[in-house]
Ligand binder design. Sequence first.
Ligand SMILES: C[S@@+](CC[C@H](N)C(=O)[O-])C[C@H]1O[C@@H](n2cnc3c(N)ncnc32)[C@H](O)[C@@H]1O
Length: 462
Amino acid sequence: MPPTDYVLSAGLIERLANKIEAETGWSFAGSKRRDLCLAIRRMAESVGMENGEEFVDWLLAGAWDKSKADLCTHYLTIGETYFFREPRAFELVSNYAREKIAAFGAQNTRLRIWSAGCCTGEEAYSIAMALRQSVPQLPARQISILGTDINGRHLQFAQAGMYRQWSFRNFDPALQKLYFSTADEGQYQLNKEIREMVKFSELNLASRVYPSIATSMNAMDIIFCRNVLMYFSRDQAKNVIQRFHLCLADGGWLIVSPSEASAELFSGLAGVYHPDAIFFKKTGPRNASAAAGQGLPGIGKASGGNAGDRVPKQAVSADTAVLPSATVVRPAQPARSKAEKPQTDGHTAGSLSAATNDASLTPMAEHYHAKALTAMEAGDHGDAMQNLKRVLYLQPDSIIAHYLMGVALSGQGRHDTAEKQFDTVLGLLAAIADEDVVPASDGLSAAYLRASVQAFLQKGSK
Ligand SMILES: C[S@@+](CC[C@H](N)C(=O)[O-])C[C@H]1O[C@@H](n2cnc3c(N)ncnc32)[C@H](O)[C@@H]1O
């Protein structure tokens, strides 16, 4: 038991546990409650507070700002990981990539993989190395690997790419030799080519900032989220899984650890069970209404946001086809327009109807759209805008192209011009029912995009 001066009232601890769960997803129910009590003592000491009750009151009062979040993250998360942990998952990555290349050719294949809760980077870099080994013909610029974690210190470590031998406990020495050089004090430096294949970003999985086109957290081929959900309450784990579902491309995979799999939590995804890994496959079209009406901002830096929101259950089919998602950028089905279409600035109801009834991208527009997305991912807003201009020349009413143009302009700090693009988006969206999918958006609903635009407009006006 913690020392007597830290025996806090059960009610106070309960309030803190609830607060932490709402903000981060972590559960301190049952036997884990004791861990929280012990951590409170260490946290209080680290900020020079001797009175535990005062410290908890401070944590509970006011906004959950960065100082509180960082403190809890530091003392309450576990940063245990290593290269090629539970290796079957990396075989899935390699097989998936090979199959996609076989189906569409290396030139037309793009891969988007997310290591959620990536810790110090070993998982994300293992994905990069597995791909380098298995599909060397696929240029690195066509591979996007995102590593996110709530713990900024872990990410700094990941970015440096410097590791001790303990991280290599399940590693082929030949690969270690190939991709690492010996550095000082028993450390090993990962080579630049592999480091450059991965982008790291701070993200609290309990927040509402994903899925998001603006931060490229959408249309994922594979999401790794291993040894993370085990720390979450059931409700919060469910929220995260539902958001992952929205982030996955059709045919994409979610990979968790065997200890984290439960048929109920993953309902709607088809499970493939192995002793050392469980893979869940997304099949069938994304249910756009799942995101509708949720007010998901889906923009900005991949961190922060309010936690604890619920995403409704989705209806998805669960067959077990093995083919990966079909095209690089898949235009969604044209949206159904509302029965009554309002007049909007510069657009008559008639023109909106035409736009929304035939708004999938033509192959040429799709080509430029894909190039724009690649440029956005690389942070090259100028190049993205060049390509978006081409899309808009070919399809002036493409809602998604106007939206991305707004995001790119905003990224360049050109808020006034961005606002005009967003106004156009809102005008075009007025013709689409909330739950309908925005054409070429990879499954985002009109309500979702509208909320995203409004969040951008609010941000720009500050
Ligand atoms: C045990 S490590 C797992 C690392 C890696 N996925 C693996 O399996 O080897 C758990 C990681 O999840 C991160 N984490 C915990 N809660 C999180 C949250 N709410 N959002 C994002 N990351 C979180 C922790 O910071 C930690 O780095």
